[in-house]
Design a protein around this ligand. Structure first.
Ligand code: ADP
Ligand code: MG
Length: 707
């Protein structure tokens, strides 16, 4: 667009704008507080209201317009602060529909003012950048000022006569940089990626690099969802051999933070009514569960739990400042090919702010976060967010959790319980938010569950991590004619329907009954449309249910009755307060799903049914609940067996040889420990370094020697 305004005209318009009463006062205040406050923030609509042409001109010619606005500000500033208070002019809150998606940024946007939504992946440390360098000429001693732009340090070509210098060229004099008298500005480089909401079908998110300067540095952290407003710039690629290809980045003018996790989802009044109608149906739970991965057959209770995870419990801030998480963490441990990955991908896609990641991920940040010094930071350290930070206020679906890196293994606890990720490395100490629900998946330790062993024993994750999950499901896959027929039928029907969907008119195919195929949608089509369900979930977050007396009583009774099983002499500890918290969260989620602000006895029963199901399967031995199977990795009976074995080894050990394995097993069996179990315990103790073999086939206690 041709420039419609002369520079003088723009300054005049801005002068009028800045002179409006309230604004004049605001500028005076800023000048007064300078340098604590260094910017005048103006909403785009204010400019539009003042003069639509000026607003439009600003979008097309932002650099020129901002410069003019800053000149106008200087005119308004009280005399004593003129030239001292370098007030920036910043514009934010552009209309939502004028935002540009990162993947749609094109050459035509260069030089224009853009408003872009993004999820911050990386942010460097804030470091000063030289903007105007003071040099002293070695020959005449004069000081001259040289403005710096770009990233390369520029030295004067000559001792500038206009600044009173001697005019000698760089060849016949030398220039000394006077750091203390040079002018610096704080800078920070960030990288944002498209928010997952905008991504469908697992597309790889596109990224945009942005630069922040001065007072807007240091506010942005990895994991933040922000709106970046600024001018699109291009930089030439290639440092030695210049290229005709250019990279783009955004020079930030202002940043807005998305306050509410679900505000990015628009819900129309009609949709709101549809959601409320759904919520009042008695079969709403079945409907939601059936809408989760309907292509996958079965897993009713798992899907019901996943439904509750979508809605989530209530995050609480206590009077003493304690924070209690509301997010529900679920772990699926299962044989290969039981559709874990399919379910995780579905959930990541369905949940608002869902992210799918693999424990095996190869990025430096891994699942949590990392500080790295690489090309991106141009010499500065960069803080990079991993999946659990990027999923802040959403759901992180982490596949192959058992394959995560050792760093992640040690830092993931914090993320699950405190819902933060701390990084302390090379001067960077940062705490990033990871207020997300985690849906993890893992394979059993030996690839497939062994029916003869306890399930918990076969989960290859540290007990301290396992106890952070509210619910753990073991998905075993054993041939079973009756079930197999049902699964096979379901999968076959799903595939056939998928084939038929490729046709506009399936009738044209001879040999199959197309109408029948398309009509036969039962259980394959989500009961609630995916878009509507996502909105339903987003809408439900506004509901904060409170426990009723009846619900409290039901949960208390369940908890106490299960605990009491552990009171008898020699019994295991069946559950701990952690499971009670899981019950509360699940009950709250159940109420939320109904958009009810009270948690009823029914909600409590639903959560009890789920927790009891999981405990019976994963944390029981011989029909007895024993939470230590999860919490310590050993059941009560195992602990007893371990004590017996330790005693036997000690008593039977020959000072130099230790004890023969065969003898040990025999004696153990005579004390009531089956040979298989004894072998498993010996292996465990050896792995833990408590036992060693002086020679093949013999054992000794490691600790005894030290004593
Ligand atoms: P996992 O991650 O547990 O190893 P996948 O998610 O990769 O398993 O699933 C393997 C395949 O088997 C997928 O294509 C999935 O659709 C199919 N499958 C497994 N179990 C079921 C089931 N119960 N119903 C329908 N399809 C299933
Ligand atoms: Mg898988």
């Amino acid at each position: 667009m041709e420039s419609k305004f002369e520079h003088k005209e723009i300054v005049a318009l801005w002068r009028e704008f800045m002179s409006e009463k309230g604004r004049r006062h605001e500028i005076a205040t800023i000048a007064d507080l300078y340098p604590d406050i260094r910017s005048l923030m103006v909403g785009f609509s204010e400019v539009e209201r003042f003069n639509p042409d000026l607003a439009q001109f600003f979008l097309e010619n932002p650099i020129e317009t901002v410069t003019a606005a800053e000149e106008a500000i200087q005119e308004i500033i009280p005399p004593e602060k003129k030239g001292v208070a370098n007030v920036h002019f910043r514009i934010d809150r552009l209309p939502r529909d004028s935002r540009v998606e990162i993947r749609k940024i094109r050459a035509k946007h260069l030089g224009k003012f853009l408003s872009v939504e993004g999820l911050v992946r990386k942010a460097t440390e804030v470091r000063p950048k030289l903007v105007a360098a003071k040099f002293q000429c070695a020959r005449c001693g004069k000081d001259i000022l040289l403005e710096q732009d770009g990233l390369h340090f520029q030295e004067p070509l000559e001792c500038d006569k206009d600044q009173g210098g001697c005019g000698r060229g760089a060849g016949s004099t030398r220039f000394k940089l006077i750091v203390e008298e040079s002018i610096f500005v704080d800078t920070q480089k960030i990288e944002a990626q498209e928010s997952p909401e905008g991504l469908r079908g697992g597309a790889e998110p596109q990224r945009l690099v942005a630069f922040a300067e001065d007072d807007i540095t240091g506010q942005i952290s990895p994991g933040d969802r922000i709106v970046l407003n600024g001018v699109l710039k291009s930089i030439q690629k290639g440092s030695q051999q210049k290229s005709t290809l250019f990279d783009i980045n955004l020079d930030l003018n202002s940043v807005e933070f998305e306050e509410h996790e679900y505000e990015e989802i628009m819900i129309t009044p009609e949709e709101e009514q549809a959601i409320k109608d759904l919520a009042s149906r008695p079969d709403i739970f079945r409907m939601v569960a059936e809408s989760i991965s309907p292509t996958i057959y079965g897993y009713d209770i798992e899907k019901e739990s996943l439904a509750l995870q979508l809605f989530g419990g209530i995050q609480k801030e206590m009077d003493d400042g304690t924070r209690i998480r509301g997010d529900i963490h679920i772990l699926l441990v299962g044989d290969p090919g039981v559709a874990k990955t399919m379910i995780l991908r579905y959930m990541a896609d369905l949940a608002p702010r869902g992210i799918y990641a693999s424990g095996k991920s190869s990025t430096a940040a891994g699942l949590t976060a990392a500080a790295v010094k690489d090309e991106f930071g141009e010499g500065r350290w960069t803080l990079e967010a991993g999946a659990l930070v990027l999923a802040d206020k959403g759901i992180a679906c982490v596949d192959e959790l058992d394959k995560m890196s050792p760093q992640d293994r040690s830092s993931i606890h914090e993320s699950l319980e405190q819902q933060t990720v701390s990084v302390a490395k090379a001067g960077i100490t940062a705490t990033l938010q990871s207020r997300c629900a985690v849906l993890g998946a893992a394979n059993p330790k030996y690839g497939r569950f062994d029916e003869n062993r306890m399930i918990a024993e076969q989960i290859d994750l540290p007990p301290t991590l396992l106890t952070r999950f509210d619910v753990i499901f073991a998905m075993t896959d054993r041939p079973n004619a009756k079930e197999d027929t049902k699964v096979a039928k379901h999968i076959l029907r799903a595939h056939r329907r998928g084939e038929a969907r490729r046709y506009e008119n399936i009738d044209q195919i001879q040999g199959v009954d197309g109408n029948m195929i398309m009509a036969d949608a039962d259980k394959l089509v989500p009961t609630i449309d995916r878009e509507l369900l996502r909105k339903y979930v987003a809408f439900s977050k506004r509901t904060i249910p409170v426990l009723t007396d009846e619900a409290m009583k039901a949960l208390e009774e369940y908890y106490v009755s299960i605990r009491s099983l552990g009171e008898a002499e020699g019994s295991s500890v069946p559950i701990t307060a952690r499971q009670l918290e899981a019950l509360i969260r699940l009950s709250e989620a159940s109420a939320r799903a109904r958009l009810s602000n009270i948690v009823t006895e029914d909600d409590a029963s639903r959560s009890i049914r789920i927790v009891d199901y999981f405990l019976q399967k994963v944390a029981s031995e011989g029909g007895r609940l024993d939470i230590d199977i999860i919490a310590t990795g050993f059941s009560k009976s195992q602990v007893e067996h371990i004590q017996v074995l330790r005693r036997l080894i000690r008593d039977l050990s020959d000072p130099s040889m230790g004890v023969m394995e065969s003898e040990l097993l025999q004696r153990a069996e005579s004390e009531g420990i089956p040979i298989e179990k004894a072998k498993a315990i010996i292996k465990k103790l050896s792995d833990a370094g408590e036992l060693y073999s002086p020679r093949p086939g013999t054992f000794r206690l490691a600790t005894e020697e030290r004593a």
